[in-house]
Design a protein around this ligand. Structure first.
Ligand SMILES: Nc1ncnc2c1ncn2[C@@H]1O[C@H](COP(=O)(O)OP(=O)(O)O)[C@@H](O)[C@H]1O
Ligand SMILES: [Mg+2]
Length: 437
C-alpha cells in the first residue's frame, strides 16, 4: 500500500490508522485529516476539516493519494464518495445514495420493510399532530406502554427517545419536532416505533457491493454512568467476545439482515461498498434490526480492529475492486475491550485542556491508547481537549484478560477531571434468561 488518506479525527480514526500500520506489510505514507495528537504519532496530520470536501479532494489529487477512507457519517451522507469518484480519485465508502441507510431513519425502515429485514413495527409522521395521532390509535399498545420516537435525520445520538409511556412519547415528539432538541433539520419527520426488549449487539461487516466479511460482534456501553445510568454518550466502552453474539444468532443476523440488505441495495441501484454497521436487538422473537450505520462505529472499531490479522489496506483495496469474496479476512480468537476515558462534565458541558500524565508508562506491545479528543499544547504536551479523550484498548485470550489490561493501564494515566466507567464488559443477563422472560 502506497499513499493512504483517512478522513476524521476521533478514536475510530486513530484505530484505523494504527491498524493500517499494524496489519500492513508495506510501509507507505499515511495521512489523516484533520487527525488529533495521537493520530499524529502514526500518520501525517493534515489541517482540513471533514466537511471541506473540495479541499480534501484537492489534497488527494495533489498528493496522488492511492486510497481515501472516510471515518464519520456526515461527509458520507453529504456525498464525499460521489465527489471523489466524479474526479477519478480512489475512495472507499458508500455513496450518498447508499448512505441514506443511516442518514434517514424513514428511508432505512422502509428499506427494511421492502426487503423483509426483521425490525420493530413503525409509523412515520411529518407533523407533531400526525405523530401523536399514531400513538392514540392504540397500535403501539395502551397508554402506559413504552414507545420509541426517532428523528428522521442525522442527530449525533440525540435523535432517539425510548419513552416509558405515551405521555412521555408525546413530550418527546414536542421536544424533537417543536423545540428542535436534536437540531432544526433532523426532526422534520419522525419514526414512531414499537419498543423492543432484549440485549443489543453491534454487527459490522466489510462489504464490496455484493460480498461481505463479518467482523467480531461488539457490545457498546452508551450511558455515562455505571450500571447503565445517566445520560447517553457517544459510547463509553466496548467489548468483543463470543458472549456478545453466539454462532446461531450470528447466522440469523447474516441470513436475515446482512444478505437481504446487500442484495436489496444492489437491486435498488446503490450497491453498498464500505463498512456496514447493524445495530441489532436480540429479542425473544429473534434478532430485530434497530438501525444501520454506514461506517465504522466509535468505540466499536477500537475493540474490533485490535483483533484483525488481515492487512486492512488490502481489505480496503478488495472493497474497491469488488474482490472481497476472494480475500480471507482473519481475526485473532479470544476477546477484546476498549474503555473510554472522558473529561468531567461529558456528555454535557465538559472541562478541557488539562495535561494528560502517564501515557509513557503504557506497555504498547499489549495495550493501545487510541486518542479521541486530544491536542498538543504549545509546549508539546498532550492535553485532554475533547469530551471523550482516550480509548484504552486491548485484546487477550479472554474478556477478563482484556479488561485487566485496560484497567491496569487506566490506573497509570491521569489528568484532573478524568472519568471512566469501571463496569465495562460486566456480564449481562444471559440470552437464556431473556428467552425465559
Ligand atoms: N425499537 C426500539 N426498542 C427499544 N429500544 C430502542 C429501539 N430503537 C432504538 N432503541 C434504543 O435507542 C438506541 C438508539 O437508537 P438507534 O436507532 O440506534 O439510533 P441512533 O444510534 O441513531 O441514536 C438504541 O441503541 C437502543 O438502545
Ligand atoms: Mg445506534
Amino acid at each position: 500500500m502506497r499513499k493512504l488518506l483517512i478522513v476524521g479525527s476521533g478514536g475510530r480514526e486513530h484505530a484505523i490508522a494504527w491498524s493500517l500500520r499494524n496489519t500492513g506489510s508495506e510501509r507507505g505514507e499515511l495521512f489523516c485529516a484533520p487527525g488529533n495528537a495521537g493520530i499524529a504519532q502514526v500518520a501525517q496530520v493534515v489541517d482540513i476539516r471533514v466537511d471541506e470536501h473540495e479541499e480534501l479532494a484537492a489534497f488527494a489529487e495533489s498528493q496522488r493519494i492511492d486510497l481515501t477512507f472516510v471515518g464519520p457519517e456526515a461527509p458520507l451522507a453529504t456525498g464525499i464518495v460521489d465527489l471523489f469518484e466524479s474526479r477519478g480519485l480512489p475512495i472507499v465508502g458508500p455513496t450518498r445514495a447508499a448512505a441514506r441507510l443511516e442518514g434517514s431513519k424513514i428511508f432505512a425502515k422502509e428499506f427494511m420493510s421492502r426487503h423483509a429485514v426483521p425490525t420493530a413495527a413503525f409509523r412515520t409522521a411529518d407533523s407533531p399532530s400526525d405523530a401523536v395521532a399514531h400513538i392514540k390509535t392504540g397500535e403501539f399498545g395502551p397508554a402506559d406502554s413504552a414507545v420509541v420516537i426517532k428523528a428522521d435525520g442525522l442527530a449525533a445520538g440525540k435523535g432517539v427517545v425510548v419513552a416509558a409511556s405515551h405521555a412521555e412519547a408525546e413530550k418527546a415528539i414536542e421536544d424533537l419536532m417543536v423545540h428542535h432538541s436534536a437540531g432544526k433539520e433532523a426532526a422534520q419527520q419522525v419514526v414512531i416505533e414499537q419498543a423492543l426488549t432484549g440485549r443489543e449487539a453491534s454487527v459490522l461487516v466489510f462489504a464490496d457491493g455484493r460480498d461481505y466479511a463479518v467482523m467480531p460482534a461488539a457490545r457498546d456501553h452508551k450511558r455515562i454512568g455505571e450500571n447503565d445510568t445517566g445520560p447517553n454518550t457517544g459510547g463509553m466502552g466496548t467489548i468483543t467476545d463470543a458472549s456478545v453474539l453466539d454462532k446461531a444468532w450470528q447466522w440469523r443476523v447474516v441470513k436475515d439482515m446482512v444478505e437481504p440488505t446487500l442484495a436489496g441495495a444492489e437491486r435498488e441501484g446503490f450497491p453498498f461498498k464500505g463498512v456496514l454497521f447493524l445495530g441489532v436487538m436480540l429479542t425473544t422473537d429473534g434478532p430485530k434490526l434497530l438501525e444501520y450505520n454506514v461506517r465504522f462505529g466509535d468505540p466499536e472499531t477500537q475493540a474490533i480492529l485490535v483483533r484483525l490479522k488481515t492487512d486492512l489496506g488490502q481489505i480496503f483495496q478488495a472493497i474497491r475492486e469488488g474482490t472481497l469474496g476472494r480475500l480471507k479476512v482473519e481475526w485473532a480468537g479470544g476477546a477484546s475491550a476498549c474503555v473510554v476515558a472522558a473529561n468531567r462534565g461529558y456528555p454535557g458541558k465538559y472541562e478541557s485542556g488539562a495535561e494528560i500524565q502517564g501515557l509513557e508508562a503504557i506497555d504498547e506491545s499489549r495495550v493501545h491508547v487510541f486518542h479521541a479528543g486530544t491536542s498538543h499544547a504549545p509546549n508539546g504536551k498532550v492535553i485532554a481537549t475533547g469530551g471523550r479523550v482516550l480509548g484504552v484498548t486491548a485484546a487477550a485470550d479472554d474478556l477478563s484478560g482484556a479488561l485487566d489490561l485496560c484497567y491496569e493501564s487506566l490506573g497509570k494515566i491521569s489528568w484532573p477531571g478524568m472519568q471512566f466507567r469501571r463496569d465495562i464488559g460486566r456480564p449481562l443477563v444471559s440470552l437464556a434468561d431473556v428467552e425465559s422472560l
